[in-house]
Design a protein around this ligand. Sequence first.
Ligand code: HEC
Ligand code: HEC
Length: 173
Amino acid sequence: MNQSKRMIAGSILMAGILTFSFYGLGRSWASSKHQVDPLYLEECGSCHMAYPAQLLPPKSWQKIMAQLENHFGESAELDPITQQDISSYLNQVSKRNNGSYRKLLRNLGNKTPMRMTELPYFIHEHDEIPSRYIKANDKVGSLSQCNACHQRAEQGDFDEDDVFIPGFGRWDD
Ligand code: HEC
Ligand code: HEC
């Protein structure tokens, strides 16, 4: 092989390696972001969506999981093994400080919030929505129904460009 052929072969090989590793990275990132424990989906996704674990800090999930017999006025009790499995899943995922949710977990001080809807950043983002689009809207009912407005909430995506409020439409601000 002469010099230039060797260089061409080298760059083809390099491009191949780059494409392969970018593909690999993209895939592992996507799967780690969207892989939700099926047990969690089943047990905690029947009355409301199974909230992405990163939306609350680990200590909040511990507190929620420790009082399921009185869960916001309802019983969400589980057998001890299922409860333990779900607790450790929530703990593991919420421990990773995921970039896109970091803002929500700011300024909590030493509080242990039981709701995302009480987080300062959450309140700041939702306080301009008139209540007729929430409480008086039977397709929404409360701000806890994230997926009523965030079309990609189940994929863990709360981008304000994907908000559609039932009966009102796309939110532009
Ligand atoms: C029997 C129905 C039911 C089941 C099952 C259930 N929940 Fe709930 N959950 C509720 C109700 C009702 C609320 C309050 C919603 C509201 O205020 O509009 C709530 C609220 C929440 C909130 C606070 C949402 C907010 O306002 O920010 C979290 C977090 C939560 N649930 C987690 C869980 C977890 C974890 C499980 C599984 C162990 C679970 N839920 C299972 C009924 C249920
Ligand atoms: C009534 C419809 C509605 C519900 C229900 C709702 N949201 Fe929102 N959300 C909005 C709107 C509208 C905005 C954009 C606000 C703005 O542009 O200022 C928003 C913004 C956000 C943002 C900021 C997005 C960004 O791009 O910065 C986050 C995070 C968020 N919501 C999370 C949630 C979570 C978590 C829940 C459920 C606990 C929820 N929302 C429930 C309507 C809703």
